[in-house]
Design a binder for this molecule. Structure first.
Ligand code: ARG
Length: 459
């Protein structure tokens, strides 16, 4: 089979080179975008009088029938035709004869592939936004049934202050909210059309770039043809956002793993989201959150991979750019798969409210409230901190928690204590006391939930 670009060659391509340089194995994922781009291009060629309207119609119907065959799985792509663009052009010529050769008028694979990638990422980005919303919905659902569930809040993974479990979960809602905004914002840049930039310098034909942009749903066109065919920022941006999303997924997953352990015992993941051990009959392993945490690595890797490919690349197109695809496809697949699992996993997990409450009843996480108590009696905070530190030390040495100390014991440390300290120290009171905006008091968490629901338009 002769090459579509074979005119200036006297020898056949080395078979290993053919295989090494081909991208068809992975870029066939762009088949539908490629046809969409070609349909717009040929429509424009016809309407600008660059080819005849009849030829344009023939090419369009040829492309549509190839599209049908591809969707039906009836097409076999060939490595000899290197990539999806030339495979489709070959199929078109086979389908409608030499007139199919007019499709590539005023176009290069360089603006073609860039267009395909823009169209692909536009679609995927929209899909990611919806998947993120489903995760947020799952979080809201769990949060709603756990506003008054009290758990230990941590800093340094040491018990710090008791909080509402809904408050903890909702922290992730806002991370995913920002991720959604990032994706939404990136659409502005994905929506630039490179089509009509030619190989690098534009074209000699009187094309209409705005027409193709409009037909394909782009907002605007790249003003510089060199930039248009060399730019992969939009993919870098997607990989960066995906990395941030995976960071959030990974942090949440790590907490789910910790909370499922016997040491924490705060939640139980649904059986349908866990797996067993081939040797230890008692095991129920949180494989899904572990793997979500693990898959974060490959997404970061894909970002670093493309950053490295682009670093130092001279303008305009270089074959290196073909390496932009696999990492992007892999990231889309990884992220889609991860988000699809996360939503139902959160919705179906069992929250062990009593265990969480038991944990906050057996620690010193109410110590700050005792310090604040003395401050309210007029003591400077630093002095109050010192006194309560001594009380905690005393309690630890005597194997007691703060609520177990007698009033006489308290009096030894400060005259300012009154009998109401025992109310102040109750976990529920400790949570309720943090009533500042964005704090963990139940009424604040309810406000936050309302805001979250508004964001999701659940009202
Ligand atoms: N398969 C190529 C890629 O993905 C398409 C563009 C090829 N252009 C070229 N001048 N060789 O980058």
């Amino acid at each position: 089979m002769s090459k579509l670009w074979g005119g200036r060659f006297t020898k056949e391509t080395n078979k290993l080179v053919e295989k090494f340089t081909a991208s068809i194995e992975f870029d066939q994922k762009l088949a539908l975008e490629d046809i969409e781009g070609s349909l717009a291009h040929v429509e424009m060629l016809g309407s600008c009088g660059i080819i005849s309207k009849e030829d344009a119609e023939k090419i369009k119907s040829g492309l549509k029938s190839i599209r049908k065959k591809i969707v039906a799985g009836e097409v076999e792509f060939s490595v000899a035709d290197e990539d999806i663009h030339m495979n489709i052009e070959r199929l078109l010529i086979e389908e409608i004869g030499p007139v199919g050769g007019k499709l590539h008028t005023g176009r290069s694979r360089n603006d073609q592939v860039a267009t395909d990638m823009h169209l692909y990422l536009h679609k995927q980005t929209k899909e990611m936004i919806e998947l993120l919303e489903a995760v947020q919905g799952g979080i809201i659902q769990q949060a709603k049934s756990n506003i008054e569930t009290i758990m230990p809040g941590y800093t340094h993974l040491q018990r710090a202050q008791p909080i509402s479990f809904a408050h903890h979960l909702l922290a992730y809602f806002w991370m995913f909210e920002r991720d959604k905004e990032r994706l939404q914002d990136s659409l502005k840049r994905i929506n630039w059309s490179p089509l009509g930039s030619g190989a690098l310098a534009g074209t000699t034909f009187p094309i209409d770039r705005n027409l193709t942009a409009r037909l394909l749903g782009f907002d605007t066109v790249y003003p510089n043809s060199l930039d248009a065919v060399s730019d992969r920022d939009f993919i870098l941006e997607f990989l960066s956002i995906a990395s941030i999303i995976m960071t959030h997924i990974s942090r949440l997953s790590e907490e789910l793993v910790l909370w499922s352990s016997q040491e924490f015992d705060f939640i139980e993941l649904d059986d349908s989201f866990c797996t067993g051990s081939s040797i230890m009959p008692q095991k129920k392993n949180p494989d899904v959150p572990e793997l979500l945490r693990g898959k974060t690595g490959r997404v970061y890797g894909n970002l670093i991979g493309l950053l490295t490919v682009l670093k130092g690349l001279p303008l305009a197109y270089n074959k290196d750019l073909q390496e932009d695809k696999e990492g992007m496809f892999d990231t889309v697949e990884t992220l889609t798969g991860s988000l699809k699992l996360l939503a139902p996993m959160i919705e179906t997990m069992t929250v062990k409210k009593e265990k969480m409450y038991q944990a906050v009843s057996q620690d010193y996480s109410n110590a700050t409230d005792l310090a604040d108590y003395l401050v309210n009696k007029g003591l400077p905070f630093r002095q109050a901190h010192e006194i309560i530190g001594k009380i905690v030390l005393y309690a630890i040495e005597n194997n007691k928690y703060l609520l177990d100390l007698t009033f006489e014991e308290y009096k030894q440390f400060s005259d300012l204590f009154e009998i109401d300290i025992y109310t102040v120290l109750m976990p529920k009171q400790v949570v309720e006391a943090r009533n500042s905006y964005g704090g963990t008091a139940f009424s604040q968490v309810k406000l936050q939930l309302e805001l979250a629901e508004q964001k999701l338009n659940l009202y």
